[in-house]
Write a protein that binds this ligand. Structure first.
Ligand code: ZN
Length: 239
């Protein structure tokens, strides 16, 4: 299985400015028996073309919550390929508020993800996990091809997070902040959650994290005993 990072950033500032540091939105892909695209923020096509990755072979799209840096390009997938599955929270289907056009909605199969429920289909299982960010958003634990991948999505820190993800092979953590942030994890909270997990990927990051990565990663290794991986655009990771 391969993880492919189309982008690495999130949050309003990184989304709009991207000022000189290598950040981009667009989400990431979990590629195995099925190709799964997670949180397609703006820039999906440009970024995918840059790395030679094909949008047309996407089977499943997951949007964890209805914020622009996670959903903006969702219609592209329905345009590229009829019959894909979209897994999303209920708010994505609110008629007045939806980012999915009526035309594209007819081209896809929609599955509503609910926290603490599991969706199983075609050899994949996805358990939707709790976040503290938006009302009906979710993180997830995905099993495919004998691997278990955890994704925190955007969330503030809460004590159960460590317990929720402790059995995963790979954990992708959204850590936008360097210090305390009431809606997102900071890098050291990410270290706390990732303790004991084989591969811990720091994703949905800001330019401050990239600029200070050398000292941050040293601290993460020493204090939390994790081998941190920084998600940069174009990163392909065999797991
Ligand atoms: Zn968000």
């Amino acid at each position: 299985m391969i993880l492919r990072f189309v982008g690495n950033a999130g949050g309003r500032y990184e989304l709009i400015y991207n000022d000189g540091v290598n950040t981009a939105t667009g989400g990431f892909r979990i590629c195995g028996t099925y190709n799964i695209h997670v949180d397609p923020g703006p820039n999906v096509l440009c970024q995918m073309q840059k790395y030679g990755w094909k949008i047309r072979n996407t089977d499943i799209v997951i949007t964890s919550h209805y914020h622009i840096d996670h959903v903006n390009d969702v219609n592209l997938f329905a345009e590229a390929r009829k019959g894909i599955t979209l897994i999303c929270p209920l708010s994505m289907l609110d008629y007045k508020n939806t980012p999915i056009t009526e035309y594209h909605r007819k081209r896809i199969n929609i599955v509503i993800g609910k926290v603490n429920e599991t969706w199983k289909n075609r050899g994949i299982s996805i358990t939707f996990t709790k976040t503290k960010h938006t009302e009906d958003g979710f993180g997830f634990i995905l099993n495919m091809d004998d691997k278990t991948i955890g994704y925190t999505s955007d969330t503030a820190y809460f004590s159960e997070l460590k317990e929720i993800y402790k059995h995963v092979d790979v954990l992708i953590i959204n850590t936008m902040a360097l210090n305390h942030n009431y809606k997102h994890l900071n890098v050291y909270e990410g270290g706390e959650i990732g303790k004991g997990i084989k591969k811990v990927i720091f994703y949905h990051i800001s330019k401050h994290i990239i600029k200070n990565w050398k000292s941050i990663s040293e601290k993460l290794k020493n204090k939390y005993n994790v081998e941190p991986i920084l998600a940069m655009p174009g990163l392909e990771l065999k797991i």
